[in-house]
Design a protein around this ligand. Structure first.
Ligand code: PLP
Length: 404
């Protein structure tokens, strides 16, 4: 039998998806699970009418850059919300979700062997996407300050990936950190690939800053964003990529060969209902961020630490003195206690003392039960005579920042 590609054989499964599939299996068997693993927030969004959408156009392919009306809405959104000017004709492509937008961006900037710096905790797909482009992910341990990123740059470095706010910590980059990153990019001729998928889960005005705010010409900045997380519409598969005209044309060619265009009818739906969706989800997003704060207090109450952050709907909690690695911890948590979380090791080797908790899909009382069961499993599996500081954070700058 002919063999499959070595590059693909080497790719690892997405841990978050793997654990969520276990939840689907348990649900099919009728077993109750407290789901703290889901990568989305569940919102109450009505189904707006489809019968006024343009037909038969909706049945057919549409502009490979995305329907111009939707591009205009998204460009306007970036300008009014984040002060970033985007030319809808030349600087944005609407894609089938942002995962493919990121991948096409990597394809457009990487030659085989090029290195891409990825800070941990790193969303599960960045390293694998880079490897699928025959590039080399260079992982920065979770407690590496931006001021030290320069140490990881070599003659092969082509790009730095930034996930702001970060999945899974919720951490936001400060203005000062952005300035340092853009200065590095200028000095070493690097791209900044900025994944802004959780841009709206930030309720303090002005605390989310888009990468493109520092590079208005988008000379070295590629921004990816999506409707999946911000508006709880992951099934719609609508994302987008923003960069300068020349690079965007390179990405467009890849897009034409890989997906042609996103779903035409769903693009039209968004054209008609973009502002309705924004208005309906805005208060719900605020509630999710407040809920996240409440869950942080629950973790405080049971003595579980977590890395600093205030955006998204995730918390990256330490499993403290448990003798288990994060994968074994999450397996036992699921099989013995009916609580599903995602192992931190999926976000990088430096993160094996953590688990990711999502507050997006369960009510607070069930999350409280889940948190108590996690704390109990940590206690029951604790290494005896463990040091006072949790293993994952001891001696790091993050340890000081971990408790709010
Ligand atoms: N970026 C981050 C950080 C994510 O967590 C995800 C999904 O989990 C994505 C991008 C991809 O989202 P989508 O392809 O649904 O737009």
């Amino acid at each position: 039998m002919p063999r499959s590609s070595r590059y693909v054989q080497d790719i690892v499964e997405a841990k978050s998806i793997k654990y969520n599939c276990r939840v689907y299996e348990r649900t099919r068997r009728g077993e109750d699970t407290i789901v703290l693993s889901l990568g989305e927030a569940h919102f109450d969004i009505p189904l707006f009418p489809f019968d006024d959408l343009p037909m038969p156009a909706g049945y057919h392919y549409s502009d490979s850059r995305g329907i111009p009306e939707l591009r205009a809405l998204l460009a306007d959104y970036y300008e009014s919300r984040f002060g970033v000017t985007v030319d809808p004709a030349t600087e944005i492509i609407v894609t089938a979700g942002s995962k493919i937008a990121l991948h096409m961006a990597f394809m457009a900037i990487l030659d085989p062997g090029d290195e891409v710096m990825i800070h941990e905790p790193a969303w599960v797909s960045y390293p694998e996407q880079v490897r699928l482009c025959h590039g080399q992910p260079v992982r920065l341990p979770y407690d590496t300050p931006v001021a030290e990123y320069g140490r990881f740059i070599t003659s092969r470095t082509r790009a730095i990936v930034v996930n702001n706010p970060n999945n899974p910590t919720g951490r936001l980059l400060t203005r000062g950190e952005w300035e340092q990153l853009h200065e590095l990019a200028d000095r070493h001729d690097l791209f900044i690939v900025s994944d802004e998928a959780y841009s709206d889960y930030v309720i303090e005005p002005g605390s989310f800053i888009s990468a493109a705010a520092f590079d208005p010409a988008k000379a070295h900045t590629i921004v990816c964003n999506t409707l999946s997380k911000n508006y709880g519409m992951s099934g719609w598969r609508v994302g987008y990529v923003i960069t300068n005209e020349d690079l965007l044309f390179q990405i467009l060619k890849v897009n034409q060969h890989l997906i042609t265009c996103p779903s035409t009818i769903l693009e039209w739906y968004m054209v008609r209902h973009f502002h309705d969706v924004l208005a309906i989800t805005a208060p719900q997003i605020r509630d999710v961020v407040l809920k996240r704060r409440e869950v942080a207090r629950m973790l405080d109450d049971v003595g579980l630490r977590y890395l600093a952050g205030e955006g998204t709907f995730y918390l990256f909690a330490s499993i403290g003195d448990s003798e288990l690695g994060s994968d074994d911890f999450c397996t036992r948590l699921l099989e013995e206690r009916g609580v599903c979380a995602v192992p931190g090791v999926g976000y990088g080797d430096s993160c094996d003392r953590f688990i990711r908790l999502s507050v997006g899909s369960e009510p607070l009382d069930r999350i409280r039960t889940g948190v108590e069961r996690i704390a109990q499993l940590v206690r029951e599996t604790a290494v005896t005579a463990a040091p006072a500081m949790t293993a994952g954070m001891a001696g790091t700058a993050a340890a000081a920042a971990a408790r709010r």
